[in-house]
Design a protein around this ligand. Structure first.
Ligand code: NDP
Length: 273
């Protein structure tokens, strides 16, 4: 019997996950069906119950349900406990295992696909929402010289830095405090780009920057990437590789085979400049 998986979100029409997992399954000879479910707002648990009753084995979770998935799980991993959110679930009888592969996928894209190790680097992370929380531990595991988290609501940046303080050198701040500081790698994990807005980051942070990474994908040259480009940053990337890598992690977790992501990244890449 064909094994069933899906992505759940609201809205869900934009999701690339069915395409990605379809390509992974075909390339790896895996007999799976992967669909998209538009979960009703406030009705996440009921939609997941129905999917499990129909024999579903696993779900990817996207906005706005990552916190609901965290609550629904019966077993949670360290990474998603820190993130407070889950982006993948696996069903084994009564057990509901949950994971968060966003941060691991991001690090894999940066270090493996883009060939940019974070070890010993000064890293700036803009934003302190779900994606930034997911990235915190995987970033610190790479042993950067320092991780600075800047956020519009400064208390959230301080809170996140405090969570990571035992794992490495990490500091939270507001945007104004970035004046006069430079970084080797700068990540935009704010959602500003989804509305074509620019987080108030001073262009001077890019003075010695080797890579500017926009977590949003398929948006082309976002205001953040444009600022970095104009400041002379040679290497620009968006989150398409992160998307492919987190999907590959989930696929491997469910199926025991880690797919190669190159064909997916090539298919989904939108030129940046
Ligand atoms: P959240 O809603 O959880 O967090 C949003 C963050 O953006 C907050 O820190 C918020 O600051 C900040 N923010 C929003 N607007 C502005 C602005 N105009 N100026 C400055 N800061 C702003 O979003 P997520 O963490 O889930 O998503 C963040 C980004 O990551 C999105 O672009 C999303 O598409 C991308 N993403 C990409 C993935 C991939 O696979 N490539 C996976 C997951 C996310 P404040 O706290 O002050 O409100």
């Amino acid at each position: 019997m064909t094994d069933r998986y899906a992505v759940i979100g609201n809205p869900i029409g934009f999701s690339k996950s069915p395409l990605i997992h379809g390509m992974f399954a075909q390339a790896n000879g895996q007999d799976i069906e992967y669909t998209a479910i538009e979960g009703p707002l406030g009705g996440f648990a009921g939609a997941v119950d129905a999917f499990r009753t129909a024999g579903g084995l696993g779900l990817n979770i996207t906005a706005p349900f990552k916190l609901d998935a965290f609550a629904y799980a019966t077993e949670r991993s360290g990474a998603q406990l820190l993130a407070g959110a889950a982006n993948a679930m696996k069903f084994e009888g009564d057990r509901v295992l949950a994971e968060n592969f966003d941060g691991v996928g991001l690090v894999r894209d940066v270090t493996h696909n883009l060939g940019c190790p974070l070890k010993g680097k000064r890293v700036l992370l803009l934003g302190a929402g779900g994606a930034a929380r997911g990235a915190l531990l995987p970033f610190l595991e790479q042993e950067p010289a320092e991780l600075v988290i800047a956020n519009r609501s400064v208390d959230k940046a301080h809170e996140l830095a405090a969570i990571g303080a035992r794992q490495g050198r990490v500091r939270g701040c507001g945007y104004a405090e970035l004046e006069g500081q430079t970084f080797d790698v700068v990540f935009n994990a704010t959602s500003a780009s989804l509305r074509a807005e620019l987080p108030p980051v001073p262009a001077t942070v890019f003075a010695n920057c080797g890579l500017a990474y926009e977590l949003a994908y398929a948006k082309g040259l976002t205001p953040f990437l444009r600022l970095a480009h104009n400041a002379g940053v040679k290497r620009l990337a968006d989150g398409v590789g992160m998307l492919a890598e987190q999907a590959a992690e989930a696929f491997a977790w469910w199926r025991g085979v880690r797919p190669d992501t190159r064909a997916v990244i090539d298919k989904l890449t939108v030129p940046l400049v």
